[in-house]
Design a protein around this ligand. Sequence first.
Ligand code: AHG
Ligand code: MN
Ligand code: MN
Length: 340
Amino acid sequence: MKSYHITTLNDFIIQKQKDFPYAKGELSSLLHHIGIAAKMVNKKINKAGLIDIIGRSGDINIHGEDQQKLDVFADEVFISALLSSGECCGVATEENENEIVFSDSFATEGKYIVCMDPLDGSSNIDYNVSVGSIFSIYRRLTPRGEKVRNEDFLQAGSEQVAAGYIVYGSSTMLVYSTGNGVNGFTLDPSIGEFCLSHPDIKTPKDGHIYSVNEGNYIHFPEGVKKYIKFCQEIDKKSGRPYSSRYIGSLVSDFHRNLLKGGIFLYPENETAPIGKLRLVYECNPIAFIALQAGGVASNGTSDILEITPKSLHQRSPFYVGSENMVNKIKSFLVPTKLTR
Ligand code: AHG
Ligand code: MN
Ligand code: MN
């Protein structure tokens, strides 16, 4: 008999809950609600262009960037889903200057806080280029029953209990880790379920793809310029230079490199002196996934996950991907010690 066995995201979450002897299902419920919100955002993205969901919302976000309608929609959907899970006591997102404190008694008992980039790659929405959503989950530091405070959201990335992203691309995938490896689920629209499609993702130690906005080349630090030239030389093993691939959506660029091998760089540059990407809800969750898959994530001198954020929207230079590639660029960035 032909087997039609599929493992849905919920099957998998419940199966994996058994890995945590003291788990009572709170994290499972939180992940389940994130999955529901992802399906709701996916539905809107798939109709973008047909319904009034593309284009600017007319508002400017706290970063001074034009807020897209889909940024606002995704933000509202994920916040509502996290509130209704009853396991989350507060959320920090790219679209809100301060953390959102859930004040009903149900939510203040929540054990977890979530940091999110509800829609990553917004500048691509109106042109049908793939975008994503990024989430990062921590245990709260403040006592349950009290309202969540800013300090709950400023934990080092190494304290994450789970992180993941959704990539709304040629297919829609949800990729996440709870610290025991990385697994990918592809949305089957015919049954409305995320189904396990990429079990136990490991990223190759080497790759031939480098992803960077070369339009900023003249503003890059010398070490980055040297690394980009290194990528463009003939690689001895393959007999050809690396390929340059850059979509302009962190989630999409990272996801391709995670599976194929490669490095994503968003260096500091004269226009963005400490880089553009936000540590709390872009770099940390992506770094958590990268490390769980055997990759490396750095700000050029320190491991991303070891940095303790000072503010919610703090930016960081970001180098992430295949271990040998990130270590190679780090050797270009650390000034070589003068040998006496
Ligand atoms: P967001 O849409 O959430 O603001 O993120 C956009 C980020 C990231 O997705 C992407 O890698 C980067 O901006 C692209 O920046 P440049 O256009 O400066 O290359
Ligand atoms: Mn983003
Ligand atoms: Mn965003």
